[in-house]
Design a binder for this molecule. Structure first.
Ligand SMILES: Nc1nc2c(ncn2[C@@H]2O[C@H](COP(=O)(O)OP(=O)(O)OP(=O)(O)O)[C@@H](O)[C@H]2O)c(=O)[nH]1
Length: 219
């Protein structure tokens, strides 16, 4: 009888032990699943953040030349405008328009026109400061925002760009082409909006075209 009671006690203990072992295993399993889910969620968030950053880059970038497009220019320009205003620093804006670009397309084909745009972008990018903002704002139209730069220095920069462009001729098949461009330069004035400043620079570009192209007009 005593042996039977002892056997029951041992069985109860064994059952209790098995139950708590099962509970411990379940808790550990739940924790592992929670940990795995958290890790998965974390890597998914990182993946989505990377995709978002890539989409934002694409939305602000010109597909052909890889420089900023109009949208990218707007946000960078607005930021620099506020910064220069706050620190009372000068800022100049140059609006560039390649001369007779239609003729390149018409005479050498659209692919040559595209190559000319890429060539133009490379030469300008290589000859401005990294702090300048360079953007393609239309077909053959570009803007350069020159923060912390007085208009006289912006004019010197543009003259250097025109020189560099005339030296770096574009090879199209058997022909070597010289790209020229007309430029309007405007300086930031106290009550200027971004649009007002762009409009003044554009007016300068139109005047430079009327003056015979391949020149600059400061407004
Ligand atoms: N290849 C190529 N051509 C483009 C692109 N975007 C615009 N164009 C062309 O650029 C040309 C612009 O012509 P116009 O506005 O007459 O200007 P332009 O010939 O430079 O004349 P001016 O401004 O007076 O010197 C048009 O033929 C457009 O088709 C592009 O991404 N690639």
């Amino acid at each position: 009888m005593r042996a039977i009671i002892q056997a029951d006690i041992v069985c109860d203990k064994a059952r209790l032990f098995a139950k708590s072992a099962e509970q411990a295993a379940k808790t550990e399993c739940d924790a592992t699943i929670r940990d795995l889910s958290l890790r998965l969620a974390h890597s998914r968030i990182i993946e989505l953040e990377e995709k978002l950053a890539q989409m934002s880059r694409l939305a602000h970038e010109d597909q052909l030349t890889g420089i900023l497009n109009r949208r990218g220019c707007d946000s960078a320009f607005t930021r620099e405008l506020s910064r220069c205003r706050r620190s009372n620093a000068p800022l100049s804006l140059a609006a560039l328009d390649i001369d007779d670009f239609k003729r390149i397309n018409d005479e050498y084909g659209h692919a040559a026109g595209d190559a000319a745009l890429v060539h133009f972008t490379k030469i300008i990018s290589a000859n401005i400061r990294t702090s300048d903002i360079f953007a393609r704002t239309g077909g053959e139209e570009f803007l350069i925002v020159l923060p912390d730069t007085r208009i006289e220095h912006a004019a010197l920069t543009v003259a250097r760009l025109q020189k560099a462009m005339s030296l770096a001729r574009l090879q199209t098949g058997q022909t070597s082409l010289e790209l020229t461009f007309s430029v309007g330069i405007a300086r930031l004035q106290p009550c200027d909006t971004a649009e007002g400043l762009i409009e003044r620079a554009d007016f300068g570009t139109r005047t430079a075209k009327k003056n015979g192209k391949n020149c600059m007009v400061c407004t």
